[in-house]
Write a protein that binds this ligand. Structure first.
Ligand code: DGL
Length: 268
């Protein structure tokens, strides 16, 4: 298996912004030699405030263009919002293996002791039928409380640009779950947006001791490693960060991107 894959063919990791870097980091740990393109639809950020149709059209259109141009061996949609809305549709139209990112409800259900799980995501993610189905399949005997925390997306973006973040956003996100009926018993919180693990330390403080934060990055990286098992890798050039709009905010991200080996950037 994998003998016909060009060793220089990249793995393409896609998100609306910097959130997918949490998946890139985990993937890099497992596959240090894999060439990776990190693609951020910064012109479309935030996806969480968009309609299902808007997200689906952007994701399908951009991934179509990107796969045609860069011929990746695998695409990872490192965005819960895009995956819960468009994964099935994108899989139907693109002829490349696609790994999605869906809320880590299954592992959270396996570790909760109180039986009350919190879920933080974008506005669009928390209303998806995909999340309802994960809840029915893996947490039907638990209580799952959901809260949309779009401020955390902007906070993660700002943090990676080296800007200060108002610490009240973390307390507000925690309160959004804690103040729901049964919320005081939450012992496990699903970070159902790839931006949020970038803020895990602050969120852990906001929720207090005894609450475990769960995200999908390690599991997604393992899935990518599994699907590319047996393939050769040749990382001949510095990895590329691809954006959909060139602006000063992209420049400000350069140090954070370089720390992950993304020392080149381009606009699609
Ligand atoms: N990182 C994205 C997610 O995992 C969403 C951020 C946004 O564009 O709203 O849901």
């Amino acid at each position: 298996m994998g003998a016909d894959i060009d060793p220089a063919a990249p793995i393409l990791i896609f998100d609306s912004g910097v959130g997918g870097l949490t998946v890139l980091e985990a993937t890099r740990r497992l596959l240090p030699d894999a060439p990776i393109i990190y693609a951020a639809d910064n012109a479309g950020l935030p996806y969480g405030a968009k309609t299902e149709a808007q997200v689906a059209a952007r994701v399908a259109g951009l991934l179509g263009r990107m796969t045609e141009r860069f011929r990746p061996r695998l695409v990872c949609i490192a965005c819960n919002t895009a995956s819960t809305i468009a994964l099935g549709m994108v899989r139907e139209v693109l002829e490349v293996p696609i790994v999605g990112t869906v809320p880590a409800i299954k592992p959270a259900a396996a570790i909760t002791r109180s039986g009350v799980i919190g879920l933080l995501g974008t506005e669009a993610t928390i209303r998806q039928g995909y999340v309802d189905r994960l809840e029915v399949e893996f947490a039907s005997d638990k209580t799952l409380l959901r809260h949309a925390a779009p401020e955390l997306v902007e906070a993660a973006e700002a943090r990676l640009r080296g800007e200060d973040v108002d610490p009240r956003v973390f307390a507000r996100a925690a309160a959004g779950l804690r103040e729901q009926l049964g919320g005081e018993d939450i012992d496990t919180v699903v970070l159902a947006c790839t931006h949020f693990p970038l803020l895990a330390d602050d969120l852990a403080v906001a929720f207090g001791p005894g609450v475990r934060l769960v995200d999908g990055a390690e599991g997604i990286a393992r899935r990518i490693a599994h699907l590319t098992g047996g393939q050769g890798f040749a990382r001949n050039a510095p990895d590329l960060a691809l954006f959909t709009r060139d602006d000063a905010r992209v420049e400000a991200l350069a140090p954070a991107l370089a720390a992950l080996g993304l020392t080149r950037s381009e606009t699609l």
